[in-house]
Design a protein around this ligand. Structure first.
Ligand SMILES: O=C(O)CCC(=O)C(=O)O
Length: 289
């Protein structure tokens, strides 16, 4: 099922999302390549995780026993204070240059244990691997090697508490020092984001993707150097991606400016996710946090 793009009178690039079911991904082996070539903007894969797995993960993530595992990488960024378990290779408000190799490696060493704690041993990594692979013509999909002994972390866990949002941005992170540890075989002109909703917000907390690309000249900016979201809402093509718990979204976050709207109600929005790219010779796919 193909969903809409916004009215063409609005500015920017077209936005084309497609929705498929986790059981049918083998029928869509070209989808990742279509996103890379900009024929599509993204895909929603319904029902990637079962209700039982979601219940276990959300119980654990909100339990007092795991409270000490959460960090606040955007502490001090009013309204944008995402909480995370596990580092992401992105700039944050507390570290504009992203994680150091030492910091990332420390977080990585705890990744397996954290995943076991949260999923009670039923890690979703293999299911995700299968979905990524089938959307890329059944080619191998795995986290890339960070060094000789260990791969990058497959994903991290995120919480947006009531009132918190992810401000408009695009993901253009290959300039960070940590990416010197990403093998040169991978295509740095490609950066897709992906995440799975573990617990949706009561309302709000929606992913909105705009027709503005990070590479477009003269983007609407505020004097604070943040993107002017009001101008995006008013003038640009946009698409609100409707996701339910258990759904996976993969989209071209390296090009398209996007945001997550403020979470409303009492419940935190919980996701796990990361990034992905493919080898320059298209022989394999890599995903990481
Ligand atoms: O909701 C999330 O987990 C992240 C959304 C986002 O900004 C991204 O995936 O780039």
């Amino acid at each position: 099922m193909t969903t809409d793009s916004s009215p063409s009178v609005r500015a920017g690039h077209p936005i084309r999302f497609v929705e498929v079911n986790a059981e049918n991904t083998h029928e869509h082996g070209q989808l990742i390549e279509q996103i890379i070539s900009t024929d599509r903007t993204g895909v929603v894969v319904k029902n990637v995780l079962s209700q039982g797995v979601l219940d276990t993960a959300t119980d654990r993530m909100t339990s007092s026993q795991l409270a000490h595992r959460w960090g606040s990488p955007n502490a001090g960024m009013v309204g944008g204070e995402i909480r995370t378990i596990g580092d992401a290779a992105t700039p944050t408000f507390t570290s504009f240059g992203g994680p150091t190799l030492h910091g990332y490696a420390q977080s990585l060493d705890a990744h397996t244990l954290r995943t076991q704690e949260i999923f009670d041993g039923q890690s979703p990594t293999q299911s995700l691997q299968r979905v990524f692979s089938s959307l890329f013509g059944d080619k191998p999909a795995s986290p890339p090697q960070l060094d000789d002994t260990r791969p990058w972390a497959s994903y991290n866990f995120r919480a947006l508490d009531p009132g918190v949002q992810i401000y408009s941005h695009h993901d253009n992170h290959y300039g960070l020092d940590i990416y010197q540890h990403l093998d040169a075989c991978y295509d740095r002109s490609v950066l897709l984001s992906w995440f799975v909703v573990l617990q949706g917000a009561e309302s709000g907390g929606e992913l909105v993707v705009y027709g503005l690309w990070g590479s477009d000249p003269n983007p609407p900016m505020l004097p604070t150097r943040f993107i002017d979201t009001e101008a995006l809402e008013r003038d640009y093509q946009k698409h609100c991606v409707h996701l339910q718990a258990g759904d996976l979204v993969i989209f071209d976050s390296g090009r398209h400016v996007h945001r997550v709207t403020p979470v409303c109600g009492q419940r935190s929005r919980l996701t796990l996710g990361g990034f992905l790219t493919v080898a320059r010779d298209r022989s394999r796919l890599a995903f990481w946090s």
